[in-house]
Ligand binder design. Sequence first.
Ligand code: PLP
Length: 399
Amino acid sequence: MKISKRASNVSASTTLAITATANELKKRGVDVVAFSAGEPDFNTPQYIIDEANIALSKGFTKYTASRGMPELRSQICNKFLADNNLSYKPNQIIVSNGAKQSLFNILQVLVDEGDEVIIPSPYWLTYPELVNICGGTCVYIQTSESNNLKITPKQLREAITPKTKVFMFNSPSNPSGIVYSKKEIEALAKVLGEFPDIWVVSDEIYEKLIYDGSVHYSIAQVNEDMFMRTIVINGLSKSHAMTGWRIGYAACGNADIIEYMDNLQSHETSNANSIAQYASVAALKGGKEFFAEMVATFKARRDKLNSLLKEIDGISIIEGEGAFYTLVDISKLFGRKYKGLVLDSAATVAQILISDYAVAVIPCEAFGTDKYIRLTYTLAMDRIIEGVNRISQFVQQVA
Ligand code: PLP
């Protein structure tokens, strides 16, 4: 079969593949503990579902403007002003089928063959795939545990070349959960200030999931220059437990960028689902109580998960203040044996955990590092305790 180079270069998403294996085992009756799913285990709040029912009963079932219905774009402007002190107009906003489509579109708009996109590592596995589809080149900045997996301004400066087109930024981060402070972001923006041709794509999808008094700060807030050349990506998937509804959005001070994204989207998918858009207007108006409950629940689970993991000899963790992920450093197990098999990578460990212990975790090779596995805390407390217990049993078997 002769398929395009573009398609043959795209890998299937590891996270979705592992989640599918875990679901398959569950269907066969295996008691799987799934630390793999990248989505809240909460139901979409009832007030949002009610709005979707109203949309259906009103017959709000037709095409909308490709970039999203005006009421929703206005509401997104209100959200940016209230949460981020960013003042956008509706023509600086586009609604898409999930944040993922906004990311796809913005890279298609900005990146030509040979252009470089700087990506701090570890990174969300979709970024490099999207860059590859554009024919762009990923330039990774390796982070270290000594700097809590954050890049430094010096590293950013060193990664910039005349070919740099985009700096991809993600805080709170998937997979590490780390959150950059305002001061750290300002320092990165200072470097970018010297390079006016570089665009910043700031993926802020986890902004609401933040703990320990950390505060989300957008790089678009730093100054007018950053406002004009940052494309903020966000959506309702994680904040409102609406992963299946597929509502994401992008905002940029430069409205022409949004126009180009809209041109693309109008031929790709047209508008995002009309019913989901209608419900999202209400979703963004409310939600305070829901966020408070969700954040408190995730924080309690994260604290429990991390404290239990810290008790296991031979592994260590990265303690993030955001999202719903903990990275577990398993590299000290490498070179040692489990049932005669030498452990050599996160993929091997993840395979053993799912096959022998029915614990689904994400090996981080596709996130740019083979020394970590990623655990989500989007599961009930008793399942977290059970899962960590099984991981501990596994580690004790490693000779
Ligand atoms: N950005 C990051 C960092 C993510 O982890 C995800 C989903 O896992 C997305 C974007 C995509 O979100 P959406 O469901 O809105 O497409």
